[in-house]
Design a protein. Structure first.
Length: 261
């Protein structure tokens, strides 16, 4: 796969006002439970294995998100995460192992027949038309965000992804691992309880940061510049595999990190 460069970054959240009841980012910075999942569960080890990393190429947490989808909420249509959710450069010479991995963990019981879960389109990241599909929802400067609007903008590609859709019954703690460029969407539902989910994005330490402006605290507090490796951000995108870096972990635990925004 050849990844297409994106052009118009945006801050997280402004495309999700009606999509989800709640969206919160970087919960691991302040919440011990979320930090335990993102740092110390089996999730980082499995993500590193799926990316084919070895001890010479460490892996870091890029961003997490806690989301709540309630009956009647739109959810976000078929998409790949934009730069607000995934502030790393696309790179045409990167293959699948370097795309990164999103770990999606349900905190609520889910029935595929009832909706509310995460629909994925297996194989969509390497489909011959994937780059064209991504281009349809690429955000443009000064315009309304497009990330969640594929159904409106391209019924053809939306139908192709619907035909590939996989939706699973899941119990709290169950997880889906998918690559950065795998199309996915929040499945709408009309009745029942609010569905909670937690997702964590992992990237190699040498992945290149995409500067979306002052929103990312790492740009203000660590002087992280566009194109710099994530490792230069230290504790703001902390190393979690093959082992943590003690100084980074202590600064996180002591609550020394500034919040984004």
């Amino acid at each position: 796969m050849r990844a297409r460069p994106a052009t118009a970054p945006r801050r997280p959240g402004n495309n999700f006002a009606r999509a989800y009841r709640f969206v919160g980012f970087q919960g691991w910075r302040t919440d011990k439970t979320l930090r335990g999942v993102a740092f110390d569960s089996a999730a980082p080890r499995i993500a590193a294995e799926l990316m084919g990393l070895d001890g010479e190429r460490p892996m870091r947490v890029l961003k997490d998100a806690l989301l709540a989808l309630s009956p009647g909420d739109e959810g976000c249509g078929w998409h790949v995460d934009d730069k607000g959710f995934w502030p790393c450069h696309d790179d045409s010479d990167l293959g699948a192992p370097d795309e990164g991995v999103n770990v999606w963990i349900t905190l609520s019981p889910l029935k595929a027949s009832e909706g509310g879960g995460l629909a994925v389109a297996p194989g969509s990241s390497c489909a011959s038309w994937s780059e064209k599909c991504r281009a349809v929802i690429e955000n443009k400067p000064g315009e309304r965000p497009l990330t969640c609007r594929l159904a409106e903008l391209s019924p053809e590609y939306n139908s192709r992804l619907d035909a590939m859709k996989a939706l699973h019954d899941m119990e709290p703690g169950d997880a889906i691992f998918h690559s950065r460029y795998c199309f996915h969407k929040g499945e709408q539902f009309d009745k029942g309880d609010t569905k909670l989910r937690y997702s964590i994005r992992y990237m190699p330490a040498d992945a290149r940061f995409f500067d979306i402006g002052d929103y990312e605290a790492a740009t203000r507090e660590k002087g992280l510049t566009d194109g710099a490796p994530l490792a230069h951000a230290g504790e703001y995108y902390p190393q979690v595999w093959p082992r943590p870096i003690r100084g980074e972990r202590w600064r996180v635990r002591l609550g020394l990190l500034k919040q984004d925004g």
